[in-house]
Every structure is written in C-alpha cells, then in structure tokens.
Write a protein that binds this ligand. Structure first.
Ligand code: FAD
Length: 282
C-alpha cells in the first residue's frame, strides 16, 4: 500500500482493486458483502496510516471511477455542483474557480478526493465541507443506494456521521458515491486572487515535498493547537527510524527516509506521551 498512501508506508492489501466504473464498484461491493469479505474504500490515501503487515481483505481504490462533475442552476440563485467521490478535491476547486463559483476555496491545497474529503469533513481555517455540502449519495454493501440530505448529516471536527438507520445499520461499509455542493456565483477575479493567497500561505507553513499525511493530530477543543503543543514539548525534528516530526510544522510527521508504519507509530506514541506528561493534554 506504500504506493497508494501519501505517507509512502504500509504493507500489501490481500486484494487490491481499482474499479473502472460505478457498475464494477457496485458489483464488487455487493459480491464482497455477500461472502462476508471485508473491504476498505480508499481515495488518494492522504489520510491513511496503513500498518506494515498491510490490509486484511480488499482495498478498493476509487480514483479511476466516479470522476464526473456536473452542475445545475437552483431557484435560489446558487448553483448545485455534483462531484463524484473519485474526483480530486483540487479538480473540484479548479472547476469552481473557472466557473466563478464561490465556496470551494477553503479546500485549496487539501490533496485527497471528494469522497475522502466528505467522510473526513475536510477543512481549513477558511471553512469545511459542512459549509457547502447539500447532500450525498451512498452505496450500501447490499448494492442499494441512498441520498442523505444535509439535515440528516452530523458534521463534527474532521468527521462526518449520520444515523445508521438511514443506511440500514451500515456505517463503515457504506461508500460515498458523490456529493452535491451548493456554490454561489461570484466575482471570478476576486476568487482567483483569494485562491492564490490561500495557496501561498499554505506553502509557507507546511513541509512541502516530503511524504506526509498532513496534520497528524486533531487540535484540542480549546487552547494551543496540536502543532504548538508538540513544538513546545521540544519534539520538532525528533525522529524514529525514517519518520520525523517536521521542523517546519510540528503536527506534520514526514517520511524522511524509507520509514515504516512502525516508525510512525513509535513517533505518534512518543508525541502523545510527552505532550500528556508536560501539558496534561490527550
Ligand atoms: C500534505 C497534506 C495536507 C493536508 N491538509 C489537510 C487540510 O488542510 N485539511 C484537511 O481536512 N485534511 C488535510 N489533509 C488530509 C487529507 O488530505 C484529507 O483528510 C482528505 O480529505 C482525505 O482524502 P483521501 O481521498 O486521500 O482519503 P483516504 O486517505 O484515501 O481515506 C481516508 C478515509 O476516508 C475513507 N474514504 C475515502 N473515500 C471514501 C468514500 N468514497 N466512501 C467512504 N469512505 C471513504 C477511507 O476508508 C479512510 O477511512 C492533508 C493531507 C496531506 C498529505
């Protein structure tokens, strides 16, 4: 899996499939479920730490199918953009910018897919999926599909959930097929200026060019950020095997040199222990 994760670590999946189209995906998901085989849906693997012994079951990568973006006007002056789960967030942001649609700039620089972004409620200080998502279509392991509207979605910090009854009790095995994003026509030049500024600021603060999974720890509900706590604990630059806590941004753990997942787990353990000891923060 090291070829399919941004951290560049992880042993093999027992089975690895990249469906070519949505029909193949539906068939595979139902086939696996009917036989009691577990599967893990992956997008671009930018929020995954796969262990060195790999993935038990089937890894299903969605980046070849579910690639379309469509739009329709609404009667409230906004535009409903439907982006399928395998679309890169970057592509969706560029699409919105080209169409002069406001709302997606918050996601500029987040490197995953639309599906991964939705399930993680991906976001930045400029906003999150919660601000623009109107509804999602999901595929159940039984092969049925459902639409879940925004009112039924629970958005939390980097986490999306819903009442499992809406998906017949299925949660982890439910596949996000697409999301509908409510965006507003705006001044294209102003949007592009804002986009350039957001990208510039991101590049300044992050260790660009090193394999990572973005920020490793969620920020505490209040007080210092996770990065500030790790930095104050004196852990910037600390390494274990080939994994290192970035000296540019302490919440970025980077693969400096052929790291293993075990190296990253040891570093995570160290950061958790030291921050708990020094600041009593979990
Ligand atoms: C350099 C860098 C910077 C980052 N910056 C940010 C940031 O600013 N803000 C932020 O929020 N995140 C950030 N991230 C983290 C990551 O990019 C996001 O969480 C992203 O949304 C994950 O998308 P993905 O396609 O890579 O998901 P993956 O890593 O492939 O999967 C993540 C999880 O989502 C599930 N999943 C993926 N697709 C689907 C689907 N279609 N249906 C059901 N489940 C699915 C997977 O099973 C897994 O549990 C950053 C990562 C990196 C490497």
């Amino acid at each position: 899996m090291s070829r399919h994760t941004s951290l560049r670590v992880g042993g093999p999946a027992e089975v690895f499939v990249t469906p070519e189209n949505v029909e193949d995906l539906e068939t595979l998901v139902k086939w696996s479920w009917d036989r009691g085989l577990s599967y893990l849906i992956i997008g671009r693997g930018t929020n995954l730490l796969v262990k060195d012994n790999g993935i038990h079951g089937i890894a299903i990568k969605l980046t070849k199918c579910l690639k379309k973006i469509d739009q329709a006007d609404t009667n409230t002056g906004g535009v409903m953009v439907t982006a399928m789960a395998g679309v890169n967030l970057k592509t969706l942001c560029s699409y919105a910018l080209k169409q002069g649609l406001e709302g997606m700039n918050f996601a500029l620089g987040i490197p995953g897919t639309v599906g991964g972004g939705i399930i993680m409620n991906a976001g930045t200080s400029h906003g999150s999926m919660e601000n623009v998502l109107n509804s999602i279509d999901v595929l159940l392991p039984t092969g049925d599909t459902r639409r879940i509207k925004k009112e039924a979605l629970n958005f939390a910090y980097r986490k999306l959930s819903w009442n499992p009854e809406l998906t017949d009790g299925h949660r982890d095995q439910t596949v996000i097929l697409d999301g509908r994003f409510f965006l507003c026509p705006s001044d294209p030049e102003a949007l592009k200026r804002m986009a350039r500024e957001i990208i510039r600021t991101r590049k300044q603060g992050q260790p660009i060019g090193w394999p990572s999974a973005g920020c490793f720890f969620k920020n505490p509900a209040s007080g210092k950020t996770a990065g500030q706590l790790i930095e104050m604990a004196g852990l910037k630059g600390k390494s274990f095997g080939g994994a290192e806590i970035s000296s540019k941004h302490a919440n970025f753990f980077i693969n400096r040199h052929n790291a293993s997942a075990t190296d990253f787990l040891a570093l995570i353990d160290l950061a958790e222990k030291v921050v708990l000891e020094k600041f009593n923060v979990h």
